[in-house]
Design a protein around this ligand. Structure first.
Ligand SMILES: [Zn+2]
Length: 242
């Protein structure tokens, strides 16, 4: 680079600021759809979970209903047997009928216990169902809120990006032509990391030591690239001249 090329510290600071802001805004723009996808996945998971609990609840209810029907059948049969018992013509018939009744009564007793257990289970599932429903509703609400926020922010971010891109074009137009080519090359390769402020005697990008003669060159507004990382260096506002 010709030694007479001069780029002011102010111009480099401005360029770095714009690059950083642009990079930040573009990141925010990308984050929106990613966040939405995450919310949509969460909603889908909650819905699936809810559907599973609904199915389980239905199965428990149907099992309890089936047992209720069996119990009723048993009771009807006992009533019939009881009638037959009253009209029993022999002691043997009476005994047989009595044994049948006892057997059905035992079955019914087991069924009654199982039905009670089933009802308890249904109560538990009611709670589980309410929780799943609440969680699904909450997930929906959060997704809608995020979608609203993102759709509100997006045009603002895009407008900021446009404004900064115009600012960047203007700032770049002020660079000397021979230097601009080097600058553009490093910007294409590194984006916002194309520039770095000098921190004391070190590169703010890679922490490599910057020889004092290079710092002196910077003070004379001569553009300097870090020999280690290739970043375009500039002096920060708080830089003391020692
Ligand atoms: Zn460096």
């Amino acid at each position: 680079m010709p030694s007479q090329t001069n780029v002011t510290t102010e111009a480099l600071r401005t360029l770095h600021r714009i690059h950083r802001q642009l990079s930040d805004l573009r990141q925010r723009l990308r984050r929106g759809p990613n966040l939405l996808r995450a919310h949509q996945a969460n909603v889908a998971n909650r819905e699936a979970e809810l559907a599973k609990v609904q199915d389980e609840t239905k199965a428990v209810r149907m099992a309890a209903d089936r047992k209720q029907d069996q119990l009723k059948d048993g009771e009807t049969r006992i009533a019939k047997l009881q009638q037959q018992l009253n009209g029993a013509s022999s002691n043997r018939e009476y005994q047989t009928l009595k044994e049948q009744i006892v057997a059905i009564e035992m079955t019914n007793s087991v069924l009654t216990d199982e039905i009670l257990e089933g009802l308890e289970k249904i109560d538990q599932f009611k709670e589980k169902l309410a929780q799943s429903e609440a969680t699904a509703v909450k997930a929906h609400q959060l997704a809608e809120k995020a979608e609203k926020e993102i759709s509100q922010q997006e045009p603002l971010i895009r407008a900021d990006i446009q404004r900064l891109e115009a600012e960047l074009t203007e700032a770049e137009a002020g660079l000397p032509g021979d230097f601009r080519i080097l600058y553009q090359r490093v910007v294409r390769a590194k984006g916002e990391d194309a520039l770095a402020a000098v921190q004391g005697e070190f590169c703010g990008g890679c922490n490599q030591h910057i020889p004092i003669n290079m710092v002196n060159d910077l003070m004379l507004s001569r553009p300097i690239f870090c020999k280690s990382c290739g970043r375009l260096l500039y002096l920060p506002e708080n830089h003391s001249r020692g």
